[in-house]
Design a protein around this ligand. Structure first.
Ligand code: S3P
Length: 448
């Protein structure tokens, strides 16, 4: 359980039209990075719009344990007095990253090239997730790690005393692995090169440049070749965290499937490495207007006007789009259930190693709600039942996964019968105001 010791069931009943403005919290990926990069910079970094979700609070605590001063000044307004690249001090106790794969993997990278030892753990979900994808490339710098079978947490990482810069081609499309290697490369003399065949979210690259690192991205036939010069002096920055497109996905998709809805969602990122869901929804026939495109906090954003769309149809989602919408497949599979025809999601095996096995969690929950689903290791197919067609009437298991919980609660807003989740407590990791925001739009979410 994330943030709570006991399961907190929640129920979603069929909702009247959703209307009004959905102002979602700050981006989780950028929030983690603003604290971590702030901790590695000299001077005081000022952050506004920080997501105060449990995952990010756990990263703030970890940065304090490594010697940075992290202070909450007001709601969403935080300062980080950094210690500089290579300036971390050895933590006195185990670092508990809670539910956060991003937190633990980025922090492992950050300390991996400084001579110190740190032990990491997390909740029952995080302790199941593979860390070898990060510790394998870190070993090339000279870092050692000792974890449980299968590279699972708890894990002790011994930072390299004499780190060597590395060249590493990512075997999986993962921004967390890319970022961990780049963060380790910061304290390794020479050039660290990361090659990614498929582009993944690029917040680390953008922000490292903003903090003063010398980083170059070259687009080649091999993919993006990212070159970072080690041992830069990072300088404190002012970071305005934009809203999280992955959180915006929930009110957006709810408005699409709840009859009569008309919802305004301001400031949704249009960053090409994050906007795959919005392209997919447009292809399905969703009524979404993209208004007032602009730049906020260094990210391209637009305001979305989303209307109930009763003629959406299932599509084949191109597998190469997966990295740009990897966190959005659970809610997309809910929308797919309210479409006509089938939606085919291939190339999605990474979903099996998220906060839960998301292919399995969505397939079992949708089946319990009366939806026909097919799956294999790398594929999820949802047979749509048309607008308002999902029977519902089930209790869905969340497996400590915030996005599974929110997805089924959104499904309950449009299904014929109520849908419950066995535990809504993980929602605090990324979207602490989910219940009040959705009920404010007209949803009927209730505890229990
Ligand atoms: C994230 C990267 C993605 C994503 C996660 C956040 C990040 O994970 O699923 O929620 O902030 O770098 P992977 O790198 O494992 O794909």
């Amino acid at each position: 359980m994330s943030g709570h010791d006991v399961a907190q069931p929640m129920t979603s009943a069929k909702s009247g039209p959703l209307t009004g403005t959905a102002s979602v919290p700050g981006d989780k990926s950028i929030s983690h990075r603003s604290l971590i990069f702030g901790a590695m910079a000299l001077g005081q970094t000022k952050v506004t719009g920080l997501l105060e979700g449990q995952d990010v609070l756990d990263t703030a605590k970890a940065m304090r344990a490594f010697g940075a001063t992290v202070t909450r000044q007001a709601e969403g307004a935080w300062t980080v007095d950094g210690v500089g690249v290579g300036g971390f001090t050895e933590p006195a106790d185990v670092i508990d990253c809670g539910n956060s794969g991003t937190g633990v993997r980025l922090i492992m990278g950050t300390m991996a090239t400084t001579a110190m030892t740190a032990t990491f753990t997390g909740d029952a979900s995080l302790r199941k997730r593979p860390m070898g994808r990060v510790t394998d490339p870190l070993a090339l710098f000279g870092t050692q790690s000792f974890g449980r079978k299968g590279g699972r947490l708890p894990m002790t990482v011994v930072g390299a005393a004499d780190p060597k810069a590395v060249r590493y081609a990512l075997p999986v499309a993962s921004a967390q692995v890319k970022s961990a290697v780049l963060l380790a490369g910061l304290n390794a003399p020479g050039e660290t090169v990361v090659i990614e065949r498929e582009p993944t979210r690029d917040h680390s690259e953008r922000m490292l440049v903003g903090f003063g690192a010398s980083l170059n991205v070259e687009k080649t036939h091999e993919g993006n070749v990212i070159t970072l010069v080690g041992r830069p002096e990072l300088r404190a920055q002012t970071v305005a965290v934009p809203r999280d497109p992955s959180s915006a996905a929930f009110p957006v998709c709810a408005a699409l499937i709840v009859e009569g809805s008309d919802v305004f969602v301001p400031g949704v990122s249009q960053n090409l490495t994050r906007n795959g869901l919005y392209i997919t929804l447009a292809e399905m026939g969703a009524q979404i207007e993209f208004q007032n495109p602009r730049t906020e906090g260094g990210e391209p954003v637009a305001d979305l006007r989303v209307r109930f769309s009763d003629t959406m149809r299932g599509i084949e989602v191109p597998p190469e789009r997966a990295p740009s919408m990897i966190d959005e497949y659970p809610i997309l599979s809910v929308v797919a259930a309210f479409c006509d025809g089938k939606t085919v999601m291939r190339g999605v095996k990474e979903l099996r190693v998220k906060e839960s096995d998301r292919i399995d969690a969505m397939a079992r929950g949708l089946e319990a709600c009366g939806v026909r689903v097919e799956e294999d290791e790398d594929t999820l197919i949802v047979h749509g039942m048309g607008a308002g067609g999902m029977p519902g009437g089930a209790v869905c298991a969340v497996h400590l996964d915030h996005r599974i919980a929110m997805s089924f609660l959104v499904a309950g807003m449009a299904a014929k019968a109520e849908i419950s989740v066995d535990d809504a407590s993980p929602i605090v990791t990324s979207f602490p105001i989910f219940e009040s925001l959705m009920n404010g739009l007209g949803a009927s979410l209730r505890k229990g």
